[in-house]
Design a protein around this ligand. Sequence first.
Ligand code: NI
Length: 260
Amino acid sequence: MAFRIFDTHAHYNEKVYDADREELFADMRAKGVERLTNIAVDLDSSRINDAYTKRYEFIYGTVGVFPSDVAELEEEGAEEELEKLLKENPRLVAVGEIGLDYHYEDTDKPLQQKWFAGQMELARRTGRPIVIHSRDAAQDTLSILKENHAEEIGGVMHCYSYSREMARDFLDLGLYFGIGGVLTFKNAKKLREAVEYLPLSALVLETDAPYLTPEPFRGKRNCSSYLAYVAEKIAEVKALSPEAVCEACRENACRLFRLS
Ligand code: NI
């Protein structure tokens, strides 16, 4: 398979890659992975991304704090540190992953909402798009995106999991949609309908590695080269060639992150 892949969402700083990270990078590069964006979830992974983008020429990064960890941003100097990283390193191409996650009942919703909006403002100030994590919080996510004019900031709905009907509302804000391994799962009817509905020009490929590994490797550690299987699935849904899907998604990813 001759694919040129841009993985827009991975977490290669995770421990599960510590033993063989360099070999894995070399292997996926040989299999057509041209570029990837490593996604931060807290201050620590934001700093790691700063280092990764300086060490690996094919890796871009983000800075940002995941919805359930935003208490970190209440610490003095935390937001300032993220802003400084963005101002000093142009290869930190987005703010994320940020958003709302209401999956667990004990979560502090007002604090999540405060820092979703707060980090959108950081993205606006630094001229970056946002990477949006939204779980069991469709309506509140849409409201905050609208109130803070996401259409002016730009961004991507990471691991899109809502309905085809909701997809229209996010599409109207000019957002991209991250499609990954879930599309290859047998029970992915809702996502298949959304992918069918969405224009190819709004889709980007993402692994969320090490999680959400596509079939036929489901259950194992994920890796960016497996995105070929996701591209094949999108191609099937849209009656296109996998190469055409990969190429379009790669171009979309460059537009999303404002790369040439
Ligand atoms: Ni992620």
